[in-house]
Design a protein around this ligand. Structure first.
Ligand SMILES: NC(=O)c1ccc[n+]([C@@H]2O[C@H](COP(=O)([O-])OP(=O)(O)OC[C@H]3O[C@@H](n4cnc5c(N)ncnc54)[C@H](O)[C@@H]3O)[C@@H](O)[C@H]2O)c1
Length: 331
């Protein structure tokens, strides 16, 4: 049985991936400082180690104790706007955390590594949908930190033969179909949970930041990918790396939805009115970000299981409706 180390496995995407790994018979070690993650989000069959990647001895100790076959690296600061005001959390901490993890991994002869990378690598896309070989030109310290980690992975392969897969996610959304885990960020900045919190009456209205973009309804278009589809892409990537070839994939459904379409779909799914208000454009928001995921589909045979916006919102709604205060109410 392969043992996978999941950093950030108490967070949103990490915890869903842990569920899938356990379901598929993997042995899982979660390493998380619980700075943003939730102990209750971690599957009971996974071993949770509370530690910080910024402390090299703490992550080295995990590799000393367990025989790790692969690493899924989710742990990170994750907010683009925060990175514009606190750049060192990103340009230093995200990068140093990854360096400490990589040093521990290669010194224990680990050969497979999956990185949670991002569409924020592409600030000036020449083509939409964005193909995997688009130029990497980050528009924020957040995106830059992921680009720097991708470069570290290049050298880890050259020098130590560590094979990696960089998965550049577009907009992660949805929740486990059982509704027992889901998205619980603080602060929450992602559209679908904010819309659903408005449906629950926890927020007065949803603000649309800019409705005069060059898109059919004037609001920004994004590619929402279900969190369980991200999880299955990780497992497929881990298995594929056995062929000894590092790779990079863009990960979305290839279909974009506007902010207005998301709000309208949420009104249908929830049956709630969901008040909205117009706000000013946010600096740095691109009008359209949609992934071309052909490469991962053709090379790994990966396909999204929940491509429809309604499915994404329905699963998220099941989580939010039954856990209005997130993991706070889960013992
Ligand atoms: N959510 C998205 O839409 C999205 C899009 C693109 C990429 N990503 C990437 O996916 C990954 C996971 O995102 P998420 O939404 O699940 O975030 P999250 O905040 O829910 O999870 C991150 C987890 O990492 C842990 N962590 C952070 N720093 C740590 C450290 N130094 N040591 C140990 N643990 C630490 C946190 O406690 C948290 O549990 C991140 O790398 C993010 O950049 C997310």
């Amino acid at each position: 049985m392969n043992t996978i180390l999941v950093t950030g496995g108490a967070g949103y995407i990490g915890s869903h991936t842990v569920e899938l790994l356990i379901e598929q018979g993997y042995d899982v070690v979660v390493f998380d400082n619980l700075f943003k993650g939730h102990r209750q989000a971690v599957h009971p069959k996974a071993r949770l180690i509370i530690g910080d990647l910024l402390v090299p001895e703490q992550i080295q100790a995990v590799f000393d104790e367990y025989s790790i076959d692969g690493v899924f690296h989710f742990a990170s600061h994750i907010m683009v706007p925060e990175s514009m005001v606190k750049p060192w959390l990103y340009l230093r901490d995200n990068v140093v955390a990854a360096s400490n993890l990589l040093e521990a991994a290669v010194s224990h002869n680990v050969k497979r590594f999956i990185l949670s990378s991002t569409a924020a690598l592409f600030d000036q896309p020449k083509q939409i949908p964005i193909p995997a070989d688009e130029d990497v030109l980050p528009g924020s310290p957040y995106g830059e930190s992921k680009a720097m980690i991708e470069r570290q992975l290049h050298w880890m392969d050259e020098i130590y033969g560590l094979k990696s897969c960089c998965l550049r996610y577009f907009n992660a959304a949805g929740a486990h179909p059982n509704g027992h885990i889901g998205e619980d960020h603080d602060p929450e900045t992602h559209l679908i949970p904010l819309v659903l919190k408005t449906a629950l009456g926890q927020r007065e209205k949803i603000v649309i930041y800019g409705d005069d973009y060059a898109t059919p309804d004037g609001t920004c278009i994004r590619d929402y990918i279900h969190v369980m589809d991200l999880a299955s892409a990780h497992v497929a990537a881990f298995e594929a790396l056995a062929d000894g070839k590092s790779r990079k994939y863009n990960l979305g459904t290839g279909t974009g939805y506007s902010i207005r379409e998301v709000i309208d779909a949420a009104r249908v799914v929830t049956g709630c009115p969901i008040p909205e208000a117009a706000g000013a454009r946010r600096p740095g928001d691109l009008p359209i970000l949609v992934a071309d995921s052909q490469l991962i589909q053709s090379e790994l045979g990966w396909k999204p299981k929940y491509p429809a916006l309604e499915q994404i919102i329905e699963t998220a709604w099941k989580w939010h409706r039954t856990h209005p205060n997130g993991f706070e109410t889960v013992s």
